[in-house]
Design a protein around this ligand. Structure first.
Ligand code: GLN
Length: 487
């Protein structure tokens, strides 16, 4: 058997099901590759070698005993460290969770493990998923496998870099304002943010609960569909999880994209997309037209307000969600302090990094009694207008297309002193979270040797149309097959 490293999830499952490779061999090969590439990329916070090999052997035993191979049999998986795995540390990229070990596993992880996936590591991320570069991790920055002087994007930068570097064919991330799609674009992989409610948030550490979604990253749309099949569906343990039954996404890909209409918000694209990035986007549209899709212009008039709206709603919800880290219930507690109030204050000062503190202050301000109407309430109203913009656009088209980001990956340190510049990175991704709709990013070529992404947005619960377009695009192009330099 040649090395399974670099094989797709679909191919690994085939190797395991046919007996050409054991789950243990597949896991071992990937763990060796992690050890070889990790010093250059720093994608992981914790490799899980022992646990992975144990689980792989257990699955091999079951398969030898005649159990039918499950849909992700032996597929190596990297999990963003915002999702719980029972008994293992969840850091969320923060010092404040130091020593915390969750007593349960996130539904998203459990579903993939039940489908046969083998978790090989937990991925680095921006602290509490707040960021667009993974530089806000309390532990280390992750590097872009295409150029180690550049960021992988964020906040799921570890997940995206791991997939790009072939540490695993598949990873889980979370997306509150772009954190799956933006790093996927900057690392040259595919990322899906499902519809709000499509994937359970049980066991996902909350950032902004009305925006957060869990989703997969992989190198092909086929693999994303395969993982989405196992991932999506109702969970009684998450009250916001949708009752909507999930379709067979892999089956849906067979339909082809003919007849789908793609809407392009031309006037919004005028807002400062770097020239070459825009050129790759236009080429992608031309390819899709060649595949039988019709391109139409759509208006999304409130999108210029999306960033301001997002940074009010997301910080308001974060300030409330993060109140629970008080030194009593989870993780870190400051060693010496006079009274309870002082202990709360000192623990939070010690445990949270500067970006998390900035968001807590912003969010608390937006919710405070004198300013609630002017900021939080008004942001909620604009959020509704943005959702209606999409409803209207989806009368004229089936899928909305934009570039995923305005530029390719920037340099480490380039935006760390300028939070507003960092926030502008999210201009094309936050609207989907505000509207609750699904979004897919896929590699659409290189700019100066660095990948950029095509973003496709769909109607609520219509991930299938995005995947159909994406799969058709990948049949006609080879951008997703390019490998970054790994040594
Ligand atoms: N970059 C955005 C932020 O910093 C989005 C983060 C995310 O989706 N988790 O909030």
């Amino acid at each position: 058997m040649s090395s399974p490293v670099g094989a797709s999830a679909t191919e690994i499952r085939r190797l395991v099901a046919s007996g050409e490779a054991s789950c243990e061999e597949v896991a071992r090969a990937h763990l060796d590759h992690v050890a070889a590439t990790e010093p250059r990329v720093d994608a992981l916070l914790a490799p899980l070698g022992e646990r992975a090999l144990e689980r792989a052997r257990a699955l091999d035993d079951k398969l030898a005993g005649g159990t039918a191979p499950p849909p992700l049999a032996g597929v190596p998986l990297v999990v963003k460290d915002v999702l719980h795995i029972e008994g293992l540390p969840t850091t969320c990229g923060s010092r404040i969770l130091e020593g915390y070990r969750p007593p349960y596993t996130a539904t998203a992880v459990a579903r993939l493990e039940n489908a046969g996936a083998i978790v090989v590591g937990k991925a680095n991320m921006d602290e509490f998923a707040m960021g667009s570069s993974t530089e806000n991790s309390a532990f280390k920055p992750t590097r872009n496998p295409w150029d180690p002087a550049r960021v992988p994007g964020g906040s799921s930068g570890g997940s995206a870099a791991a997939v790009a570097a072939r540490m695993a064919p598949v990873a889980l991330g979370s997306d509150t304002g772009g954190s799956i799609r933006q790093p996927a674009a900057l690392c040259g992989v595919v990322g899906l943010k499902p519809t709000y409610g499509r994937v359970s948030r049980y066991g996902l550490v909350a950032f902004a609960s009305s925006l957060d979604q869990v989703g997969p990253l992989a190198r092909s749309v086929d693999d994303v569909a395969l993982v989405a099949n196992a991932l999506c569906g109702h969970d009684p343990r998450d009250s916001t999880s949708a009752a909507e039954p999930a379709p067979d996404f892999s089956g849906a890909l067979k339909a082809g994209p003919e007849g789908l209409r793609i809407g392009v918000p031309e006037s919004f694209l005028a807002e400062g997309v770097e020239t070459e990035t825009l050129a790759r986007f236009r080429e992608a549209l031309a390819t899709l037209e060649g595949a039988g899709l019709r391109v139409v212009d759509v208006e999304l008039p409130h999108l210029p307000h999306a960033i301001a709206t997002y940074y009010l709603v997301a910080t308001a919800e974060a300030s409330s969600n993060l109140a629970r880290y008080d030194g009593v219930r989870y993780g870190l507690r400051t060693p010496e302090s006079g009274d309870l109030r002082e202990m709360y204050g000192q623990t939070r000062d010690l445990g949270f990094g500067p970006e998390v503190k900035r968001r807590i202050v912003l969010g608390t301000f937006a919710l405070s009694s004198g300013y609630y109407d002017a900021y939080y309430l008004r942001a909620q109203k604009v959020r509704t207008l943005i959702r209606r913009d999409f409803e209207k656009a989806f009368e004229a088209c089936d899928v909305v297309a934009t570039p995923t980001t305005p530029t390719p990956a920037f340099r480490l340190g380039e935006k760390t002193d300028d939070p507003l510049q960092m926030y502008l990175e999210d201009i094309f991704t936050v609207p989907a979270n505000l509207a609750g709709i699904p979004g897919l990013s896929l590699p659409c070529g290189l700019v100066g040797g660095l990948p950029v992404g095509l973003q496709l947005l769909g109607r609520p619960f219509d991930e299938a149309s995005l995947l159909r377009c994406g799969a058709a695009y990948q049949r006609l192009t080879d951008h997703h097959e390019r490998t970054p330099p790994l040594t």
